[in-house]
Design a protein around this ligand. Structure first.
Ligand SMILES: Cc1ncc(C[n+]2csc(CCO)c2C)c(N)n1
Length: 215
């Protein structure tokens, strides 16, 4: 089993990567309130994602695996979450509103799903569950870049992050890490990995959709 197999067999992958939210963001036509809704919910999601990274250290068998988790935690706490707070500021959302926002049902479902996979499963299961999250945004950024940026897109700063060479390099490292962990899966384990991956990808679709629906 490897990442490309998971991705290839996932029924909702294209809907995740090419979701209407992503298309409107790429075209610069996305409603500002949808983007704000996304930013707030993603900030809340990323806090739980950081907890999953912490569990990845706990579930590690080797120091090398622990260090991957450690650098994931550092990236979240030192960069990613701050970046989302900066975006919120730029889009006129007061900090108190971000921090005090209620988690939506979709955010709760997705974040607690990956937390449960992290708590109850192996390190490989944990990575299968977060692989759509880890890998999908890199693919989205690459697609947007390959198709050519439009001028004057208010969402370009977000697109720049995920289409950057740095982020593409991180995505490639993540794929190698996932492939190492999934390599020796039995058929039963491979089924479990695919189920975790497919569910998480389905939740990513719901995550975009909730921003369009403001739900
Ligand atoms: C719902 C949702 N899914 C995926 C990501 C992307 N993402 C979250 S953490 C992480 C790893 C650190 O770079 C990445 C790529 C997101 N922000 N929100």
């Amino acid at each position: 089993m490897n990442y490309q197999t998971l991705r290839h067999n996932c029924p909702s992958w294209n809907n995740y990567i090419q979701h209407e939210f992503v298309q409107q963001l790429t075209a610069g036509t996305l409603a500002a309130d949808s983007f704000r809704h996304y930013l707030i919910q993603d900030y809340l999601y990323l806090i739980h994602y950081t907890r999953v990274m912490a569990l990845s250290v706990y579930k590690s068998d080797t120091l090398a695996q622990m260090r991957v988790g450690q650098s994931g935690i550092n990236a979240m706490l030192d960069l990613e979450i701050g970046m989302y707070l900066d975006f919120c500021h730029q889009w006129g959302i007061p900090l108190a509103d971000v921090e005090g926002a209620a988690e939506s049902a979709v955010t709760i479902a997705y974040s607690r799903y990956i937390l449960d996979a992290a708590m109850s499963g192996s390190l490989a299961e944990l990575y299968a569950a977060i692989a759509p999250c880890l890998m999908g945004y890199g693919e989205i950024g690459k697609r947007i870049k390959d198709n050519g940026f439009i001028t004057g897109n208010p969402y370009q700063p977000w697109i720049d992050v995920f289409s950057s060479d740095e982020f593409q390099a991180i995505t490639a490292q993540n794929e190698a890490q996932i492939d190492l962990l999934l390599a020796d899966a039995s058929p039963a384990q491979a089924d479990k990995f695919q189920r975790l991956f497919d569910t998480a990808a389905r939740m990513e679709v719901n995550f975009w959709q909730q921003a369009l629906d403001l739900s």
